[in-house]
Design a protein around this ligand. Structure first.
Ligand code: UDP
Length: 325
């Protein structure tokens, strides 16, 4: 990565899973970071090690209620908009917050970016592809989303976020970047987040049944968080490119296989328990990362085995479990 000059940076969702890892990297690069987080799905534990860092400050605020007034008069070089519930369990519990933080807060942050001439990065999602009819998913695919379904507060507000970023870029010249994030895992996902990797690790370490929804033949492509964040930084600092870019690992795997691998790596004897598939659960998901390779020279480098081992180690410590049940 080319050396960057010091930046004044705003990170929304700084206490969340991706936001806290991103904040760590930005601070390592020497930048000054103002974080905003409501701590609804994020956790102060994720940033407790930053308490004494003079280049970091957290504003605890819910962006769904509007931008905190003190931010409106500040100037930034970069704005990263990562705040949002991101787990299907989480956004169904926080439906209106999810809508507002991805739609209303995005508009406010685009206007702030315009005012202070910041470059702004918005965190979109592979959910924009819905239950995809094209496989793997290229950025040019428009998706197959249920606009009134149980995930629509997330899928459609993220699609709106993308539309808003493009409008502010085209009409107002705002310097925007849009990432489409595919399933990402690693330390700092909340233990009760509900997403597949952390759910299975928790269950395997506790010797509880692994809850495979449906027959487990649905697929996902899992990206380790360090690879994902490296992609974010490259995209933010990439030359003028404003359309969405997929950042995810194309190593596609079935949910059943994820369960079996995690059980084995945890040394667990947990059984597999099939539970009902949630509505609108996508059958398959795999990014085409040709664009990220060409534009950013980015591709994932951490194997699923290594990433899972690192993640399991983190949850072993977090849950205080020394050996698997
Ligand atoms: N899943 C599962 N058991 C769980 C949690 C998730 O079988 O305890 C499945 C879920 O049905 C989906 C996949 O794992 O097919 C990924 O779900 P996740 O909630 O991680 O995110 P999504 O990719 O659906 O947004």
């Amino acid at each position: 990565m080319t050396k960057m000059s010091t930046q004044r940076v705003l990170v929304t969702g700084a206490a969340g899973f991706l936001g806290s890892h991103l904040t760590d990297r930005l601070l390592e690069l020497g930048h000054e970071v103002i974080g905003v987080d409501s701590l609804v799905t994020g956790s102060s534990d994720n940033i407790s090690h930053l308490k004494t860092n003079p280049r970091f400050r957290l504003i605890t605020a819910d962006l769904a209620q509007g931008l905190p007034p003190e931010l409106k008069h500040q100037s930034f070089d970069r704005i990263w908009h990562l705040a949002s519930p991101a787990s299907p369990v989480g956004y169904v519990k926080q439906q209106i917050i999810t809508l507002k933080v991805n739609a209303l807060a995005t508009i406010e942050l685009l206007e702030l970016a315009e005012k202070c001439r910041a470059r702004i990065f918005v965190a979109s999602t592979s959910e924009c592809y819905g239950d995809p009819l094209e496989h793997p998913q290229k950025e040019s695919y428009w998706g197959n989303v249920n606009p009134v379904g149980m995930r629509s507060m997330y899928d459609e507000s993220k699609r709106f976020m993308e539309a808003a970023a493009m409008v502010y870029h085209r009409e107002r010249g705002v310097d925007t970047r849009i990432v489409r994030i595919f399933n990402t895992y690693g330390p700092r996902l909340a233990v009760d987040d509900g997403r597949v990797v952390v759910a299975f690790i928790k269950q395997a370490l506790r010797g509880e049944p692994l809850t495979v929804q449906g027959d487990g033949s649905q697929t996902r492509s899992l990206c380790y968080v360090d690879d994902e964040i490296r992609g974010f930084l490259l995209l933010m600092e990439s030359p003028d490119y404003h359309l969405p870019v997929n950042i995810g690992n194309p190593d596609e795997v079935s949910v059943m296989q994820i369960a079996c691998e995690i059980r084995e790596l945890c040394g667990s004897k947990s059984e597999i328990l099939h539970t009902p598939l949630p509505p609108d659960d996508p059958r398959q998901r795999c990014p085409d990362i040709t664009l990220a390779k060409q534009l950013l020279g980015w591709q994932p480098t951490i194997s699923r085995r290594d990433g899972l081992l690192r993640t399991i180690e983190y949850y072993r410590r977090k849950l205080g479990i020394s050996a698997a049940a």
